[in-house]
Design a protein around this ligand. Structure first.
Ligand code: PLP
Length: 451
């Protein structure tokens, strides 16, 4: 066996095995040591095994243990072992997943993964899909398809003629839309600020009764899974109104869309299949390695019109789907392999169980903190919990102490005027024991800060 690859596999395996017993945050000494990277570009070759050893010695301790079971910051998934292993093998293949012709194998895995995803998320089975880097890029894909469609209906070819002189597009978003949605709107020339913001309720859900009268080219952006509360907009109700007026409905469901894959949570997404485009992540709740996002568009021709690429040297395959006709990229890695591996290994019931398990852990956190007298600031409908430990300063102090304590990791957020700690349970690796250990640490630290 190739000793370098064997060494890498051994080091990776040792790293993962040590996660349960190490501090979750990178220790200050390890971060300090990153300074040693500040050296001149090597003039001459170095032995690859030395390079790998240094990477491990300097890099591994300077990581957050987000691949382990007690990392609850942001919305960060782990990587199921089967998807990590598949990812390694596919990286060894080093295929360019842009085109079907030169890389038929990875194109086939991608196509099957997309078909299974539409089934598991219960979206229109003939929707087009794109495997991209994350939900930010997936939002870009959905909104680019939307821009194409609403302007085409107004007699304007945006891909050919651009936006100068085009009929204006009304863009409606919820006041609690994710910041990356505005980034995508800005990139597409739709403007980060020239949007109509609709107020939300106490959970961050867009209030449908405040939706303005819609006419002309319009894109309505909804959200499934508020990053703070996990709440999902009343998608079905809004779709009905928006679509009656001919608007395009896009759903940013970076993690919340996965509620659709779990029978006990599916009702939260009722009517979501009536939207026109959907963005989600695989690297969050499906637990594949970074980076992996997904865009789906009901009328695939709109995505294709926005993203297709043609050139004499790019072999068009008359009967096969060319992935790069649906993505912003041309060359790219074979993300479909990691996703195919997870869906193969877990199946429909395994994915549902993973999603439901994370939500059960979130409810346990909320119940344990509430029983100790702390304020739970959201309805725990999904995998997100917001907790306050007293006034803002006390909450901030408790979070900082918890991060230093090292048992688990949670971050700070501001929610509708309150400073809160955010717990996001998004990893396959989190066990009941991880939750109890983490909860005990939270209660210990919070009690000390309150005293
Ligand atoms: C995480 C998230 C995003 C951004 O996703 P990336 O994968 O980081 O690009 C967008 N919207 C929502 C609601 C999110 O939770």
């Amino acid at each position: 066996m190739n000793p370098l690859l064997e060494d890498a596999a051994r080091r990776a395996s040792n790293y993962l095995e040590a996660l349960p017993t190490r501090a979750v945050a990178a220790l200050p000494a390890a971060v300090e040591r990153l300074q040693s990277l500040e050296e001149p570009l090597p003039e001459h070759p170095q032995a690859p095994d030395d390079v790998l050893r240094r990477l491990d010695e300097i890099g591994s301790p300077a990581t957050a243990a987000s691949a382990g079971g007690r990392y609850f910051g942001f919305v960060i998934g782990g990587a199921l072992p089967v998807s990590l292993a598949a990812n390694w093998l596919a990286t060894a293949w080093d295929q360019n997943a842009a085109l079907h012709g030169p890389a038929p194998g990875v194109a086939a895995f991608e196509q099957v993964a997309l078909r299974w995803l539409l089934e598991i998320l219960d979206l229109p089975r003939d929707a087009a899909g794109a495997l991209v880097t994350g939900a930010t890029q997936a939002n870009l894909c959905g909104l680019a398809a939307a821009r194409h469609a609403v302007l085409k209906r107004a007699g304007w070819d945006v891909e050919a003629d651009g936006l100068f002189g085009a009929p204006p597009i009304t863009v409606v978003v919820g006041a609690e839309a994710h910041p990356t949605l505005f980034k995508s709107l800005g990139v597409l020339g739709l403007g980060r600020n020239r949007v109509i913001k609709v107020a939300t309720d106490g959970q961050g859900r867009l209030r449908p009764e405040l939706l303005p009268r819609l006419s002309g080219p319009t894109i309505v952006c909804l959200q499934a899974g508020n990053v703070n509360t996990g709440a999902i907009d009343p998608v079905g109700e809004i779709c009905e109104r928006a679509k009656a007026s001919g608007a395009w409905v896009h759903v940013d469901g970076a993690f919340g869309l996965w509620a659709a894959a779990a029978p006990s949570l599916r009702h939260l997404c009722a009517g979501i299949e009536r939207a026109d485009s959907w963005a989600t992540d695989a690297h969050k709740w499906l637990n594949v390695p970074y980076d992996s996002g997904l865009a789906f568009v009901r009328d695939g021709e709109c995505l294709r019109a926005a993203m297709s690429v043609t050139a004499a040297y790019l072999p068009a395959h008359p009967s096969a789907r060319s992935p790069s006709d649906y993505t912003p990229e041309l060359s790219r890695r074979a993300r479909g392999v990691d996703i195919w591996a997870v869906l193969s290994a877990l199946g429909r019931s395994g994915v549902a169980e993973m999603i439901e398990r994370c939500c059960r852990h979130a409810r346990r956190f909320a119940a344990g903190l509430k029983a100790a007298g702390y304020d739970i600031l959201n309805e725990v409908v999904l995998n997100q919990v917001l907790v306050g430990f007293g006034d803002a300063a006390t909450t901030r102090r408790a979070i900082a102490e918890l991060q230093r304590d090292g048992t688990c990791w949670c971050g700070v957020t501001e929610w509708q005027g309150h400073t809160a700690m955010r717990i996001s349970v998004s990893s396959w690796a989190t066990t009941d024991a991880d939750v109890e250990l983490s909860l005990a640490a939270m209660l210990r630290v919070a009690a000390r800060c309150r005293a």
